[in-house]
Design a protein around this ligand. Structure first.
Ligand SMILES: *Cc1c(COP(=O)(O)O)cnc(C)c1O
Length: 373
């Protein structure tokens, strides 16, 4: 699905040197690389504070902890997302409240959010799924009116942009009360291990986030609140500094691959290609089709041709055993349920060649034509 080896080969000299520098400095934890990376990422995103942490799941958990939510408080999230978004809500004994997604953007439906808000709603987590930004303007207006904080799950969309009606542009992750991301290797900005970060423009919240990520302490050995241990290490930060400088180029390469696929599938009536919302600069973490033929058969036949594909996600959160106390039959999320049956993601990354794109798309078209007969 991704070719990290080829990407590494193209930046090997720089990366190897940066890693060797960390090794000889032995500042493995909280070294200068971590601080520099946080500053550079804050400037890229246009936010005041970036607080690095150990992974994207921790980022979401720490964000919820910093908002001071109490057990039983409700948190609105889409069900159609990676489980981490919802798992942390349940872990903190908060109550996930699921909303449906839009059939074209695959992101949370704002009208459904409006209907799901109660007196107990204490946070909303929009997920910028597959690299597409949620329609933030109406969501931000709604959250402001109801005084509910927004935590953006930006794990799949770093580098993306949202355009407001007046033409103002903001980076994904930089619009909510707190933005969260993951630097898992296959993400758009990935390191060579685990990593994550939180973003905010709120000084007090920034301090709280960094305290929680560091055992609730500001001054060493004086622990003011229950926190956890969640750190980005210096080697990962050194790699991320190099890759951050290439992030826009990487997003463009993903978009170019998506352009190729779009054109290749344009005339196939059994394929729906990803919609690009006019307000969203889509950074194609995933290139996800909806197919009108037996999807599992498509996947099987692609595998026979040596083409990997993935189903993100075969089961949505509200139907997961893990969350049985919060979901199941009490929910009616028709678009979410439908997408589970028909989505299929094709390889997309920064190093795809024209030959590879042609091989993949020719085969996808042939297989789907064959299955539709
Ligand atoms: C990857 C991902 C996460 C979790 O990130 P990790 O670094 O793997 O913990 C959270 N939310 C979404 C939408 C993701 O894709």
């Amino acid at each position: 699905m991704v070719d990290l080896k080829r990407q590494y080969q193209n930046i090997k000299t720089e990366v190897d040197e940066a890693i060797l520098n960390v090794l000889s400095s032995t500042a493995f934890i909280n070294g200068p690389e971590v601080k520099s990376f946080a500053t550079e990422l804050a400037s890229y995103l246009g936010v005041k504070h970036v607080i690095p942490c150990a992974n994207g799941t921790d980022a979401l958990q720490i964000a919820l902890m910093a908002l001071g939510l109490q057990p039983g408080d409700e948190v609105i999230t889409p069900s159609f997302t990676y489980i981490a978004t919802v798992e942390v809500v349940a872990l903190l004994r908060l109550k996930p409240v699921f909303v449906d997604v839009d059939a074209d953007t695959f992101t949370m439906n704002i009208e459904s959010v409006k209907k799901a808000i109660t007196d107990k709603t204490k946070a909303i987590i929009p997920v910028h799924l597959y690299g597409q930004c949620v329609d933030m303007e109406p969501l931000l207006a709604l959250a402001k009116e109801k005084n509910i904080p927004i935590i953006e799950d930006n794990a799949q969309a770093i580098g993306g942009t949202y355009t407001f009606a007046d033409g103002t542009k903001k980076k994904t992750g930089a619009m909510g009360t707190i933005g969260c991301t993951s630097f898992f290797p296959s993400k758009n900005l990935g390191c060579y291990g685990d990593g994550g970060a939180m973003f905010t423009n709120d000084d007090a919240l920034a301090e709280k986030l960094s305290m929680i990520a560091n055992h609730g302490q500001k001054v060493r050995y004086y622990h003011e609140m229950v926190g956890c241990n969640s750190r980005l290490d210096s080697i990962q930060a050194a790699v991320l500094r190099i890759k951050l400088r290439k992030l826009d180029e990487y997003c463009d390469a993903r978009r170019a691959a998506a352009d190729y696929y779009d054109l290749a599938f344009k005339n196939n009536s059994n394929i729906i290609t990803p919609y690009r919302a006019p307000y969203s600069w889509h950074v194609f973490h995933q290139y996800t089709l909806q197919v009108k033929v037996n999807r599992d058969k498509v996947q099987e036949m692609l595998a026979e041709k040596g083409i990997p594909s993935m189903i993100y996600y075969p089961v949505s959160s509200h139907k997961q055993e893990m969350l049985k106390d919060f979901g199941g039959a009490s929910y009616d999320l028709p678009t979410t349920d439908f997408l589970n049956t028909c989505v299929i993601s094709l390889p997309i990354h920064t190093e795809l060649t024209q030959e590879e794109l042609k091989y993949i798309s020719d085969n996808v078209n042939q297989i789907i034509d064959q299955l539709s007969k």
